[in-house]
Ligand binder design. Structure first.
Ligand code: NAP
Length: 261
């Protein structure tokens, strides 16, 4: 199936590496005009150059700390002035600190609330007025923790389920404007974040990272971690014209890791 986007413009949050970058690359290759963003301007400049090698659409970048409300407003305004509109939005963020309930302080909770949930709310609030004019699509990146809490990731387990509730509610409220909103829930996609989590688990258990990886791969029916490019394919579909009737859903992209129905 050929995915169509008809000259659309996309804002991809937290896209200097990992899942966000893979999505930006995939969309740009399909001719979508893309705004990439994260906190590190130098890194964004490099990623823009890299993506431009295969892009058919325009690539712009703007640094933004998504914990900062004013930064978000400026990012959305800049995207609209540089790309003309925002038809597609991917909400994404850095991962929250790892740890159990007893290890987390109020500061950790506040940080993760602002980074992993409030940022999605604020970005969506800024973007919706533009999408209400011509319709649009939003994909919110969460985690497989929304289906099965992950031991030692209390902050993810708590705030990502908020993303699911937000997505489902907004999907209903904004369907009359032809805005389709879905959540994607990655299991184990090979990025720096996952390498960091495996390293942490290895330290805690006093074993090597290879041992941890092997254990996790054994729990994944497809027997391996996913690649960011594979993950990006599903998001690209959700954002494409081909997705015309699915909204409010949570899609696990996990190689079969989560066993619940
Ligand atoms: N990979 C997986 O399998 C997996 C599984 C479950 C959940 N997730 C979640 O999905 C999200 C993306 O995962 P990933 O693996 O791509 O993570 P990653 O490789 O760590 O990338 C995180 C991105 O977020 C940006 N970022 C961090 N803090 C930011 C802030 N305050 N403002 C703006 N940008 C910020 C980072 O850039 P700067 O540091 O330069 O700002 C980077 O571009 C994370 O929340 C992760 O926990 C991933």
């Amino acid at each position: 199936m050929q995915l169509e986007y008809q000259g659309k413009s996309a804002l991809i949050i937290a896209s200097s590496q990992g899942l966000g970058k893979a999505i930006a690359k995939k969309l740009a290759e399909q001719g979508v005009n893309v705004m990439i963003s994260s906190r590190d301007e130098e890194k964004l400049k490099q990623v823009k150059n890299e993506l431009e090698r295969t892009a058919k659409g325009k690539i712009q970048y703007k640094a933004c700390d998504i914990k900062n409300k004013e930064d978000i407003k400026l990012l959305v305004e800049t995207t609209v002035s540089e790309l003309g509109s925002i038809d597609l939005l991917v909400n994404n963020a850095g991962g929250p600190p790892a740890g159990t309930f007893e290890e987390m302080t109020d500061d950790d909770w506040q940080h993760s609330f602002e980074l992993n949930l409030l940022s999605y709310i604020r970005i969506t609030r800024e973007v919706l007025p533009y999408m209400k004019k011509n319709g649009g699509k939003i994909v919110n990146i969460a985690s497989s923790s929304v289906k099965e809490p992950i031991p030692g990731l209390i902050l993810s387990n708590t705030f990502r389920t908020g993303i699911v509730g937000l997505t489902k509610t907004l999907a209903t409220e904004f369907a009359p404007y032809h805005i389709l909103i879905n959540t994607v829930a990655p299991g184990r996609i090979a990025t720096d974040r996952v390498a960091f989590l495996d390293e942490k688990a290895a330290e805690k258990q006093g074993v090597s990272r290879d041992v941890i990886e092997e254990k996790i791969k054994n729990a994944i029916p497809l027997g391996r971690y996913g690649e960011p490019e594979e993950f990006a394919n599903y998001v690209a579909f959700l954002l494409s014209d081909a997705n015309s009737y699915m909204t409010g859903q949570t899609l696990l992209i996990d190689g079969g890791l989560i066993k619940s129905i």
